[in-house]
Design a binder for this molecule. Sequence first.
Ligand code: NAD
Length: 478
Amino acid sequence: MKNIINGKWVDASDKSVMEIINPFTGKKIDTVPNMTKKDVNRAVEYAKSAQKSWKNVPIHQKVKILQKFLNIVDENKNDLAKTLSSETGKPITQAYAEIANIRIGFEAFMEKSKHIYGNVIPAGTEAGQENTLQFTVREPLGVMVAIIPFNFPCDLFDQKVAPAILAGNTIIVKPPHQNPLTLIKLTSMLHDAGLPKGVVQVLTGDGVKTGAPLSQHPDVHGITFTGSTAVGRSIYTNGASHLAHVALELGGNDAFIVLKDADLDLAVEEMVFGRMYNTGQVCCASKRFIVEKSVLNEFETKCVERLKKLVVGNPADKKTDIGALITLSACQKAQKQIENVVNQGGRIILGGKASGAVLEPTIITDIPKSADVAFDDEIFAPVVSIIPCENEEEAIEIANQSNYGLSGCVFTRDMNKAFKICSRLECGGTVINGSSFHRSFEMPFGGYKFSGIGTEGVMSTFDEVTRSKTITLKNVLK
Ligand code: NAD
């Protein structure tokens, strides 16, 4: 499948391609261009030129185009979900849910785009300003770049593309190198809906060849990135060289605290959702299960019983709960991480084996709080890592010892205790009696520490994709 630059289907200027593999079957699905710096430069030029007129298109007209786009998405939902499932290894029911989210996310940003108000500063706040009125308006950043990870490509397309273009920016989308096909199709549908050429362009390629030049380009004024902390750091450095506005949504190693007075059945159900969804490849999945010793055995037994019931296998089958990991090498990496946890004192009580890119749901318990996984070793796979603790105080200490700080959660029947713990967790989002895997479109989602800079969501993204201008009416009241 080709790319879209300035509304036209194109190959890479050096004709190079990358193979897209179905991780469950191991078979090639398609090829996509591996775009060069020259292609990046061309796309940025078109984005600059398109932005000049796009920023002046009235919001109600922009919304109309996007309404048409959503209807096209609905008409093609079967093809989109199948493409997403096959290129990602995602269970098909979860692929359908992600396609359904496109309407929810876009509509929320479409509604909000009509309410991006400025402010009026009253006259006379300082001596000499008695007759002067000042008001502020929000203006687009200009040309933006969205660099998207493999795990929820469509959700992150919604979170980044919708607000950027509604605010009058143009945007170049760099899809994940492993599974870019669904995002190319969505970009094509935006054009079918009447979006002018150059407003959204899609450039596929590997991170270094395509992603890095996009973040280094001096005419890119906004970069919105979701992905690993290592790549986020290099993008931040690249953006700093030309003072681009950079928003980073990065990795996590979220704590899931189970206190002795918790509803254990509820905690186990939330463990299934919060750790197994998307085959464990979720930034804010609960990844460190910090459990008070007095309820440890009961929690372990219930977790094993529950995870045994999950259906593991072909992502195309509607009954499948656990599909393939994104690549064979991602599965091999997870197995090495499991080995490391065991070498550092952990004990496997379920799973641990893989077939191709499919890893069995795995539970490792008795993990000492000094193990790598209890700090920053993020396992992106269906692995429940249980770290026993003596009490509430030690649970908080373990939760906060990670350099990551995306989300966290606590299970207890004591609401005062729950609030106190949430206020002490060093992370951007907290959940009481639910998994940390909680992201609504409305909430400002983002991490502390190594988990990112800025937040994303209907409440906050328009602040990230616009800048404030003050217009002064000097002596207008004289
Ligand atoms: P990744 O960082 O490897 O890749 C993300 C994107 O960056 C891909 O499009 C990739 O091609 C591109 N890229 C790679 N190297 C680059 C470079 N040098 N310059 C520019 N672009 C480059 O991440 P991934 O493996 O796709 O995703 C998994 C990670 O993302 C996990 O750590 C996960 O926690 C995190 N994540 C965070 C959030 C969040 O909202 N905080 C959401 C989803 C995933």
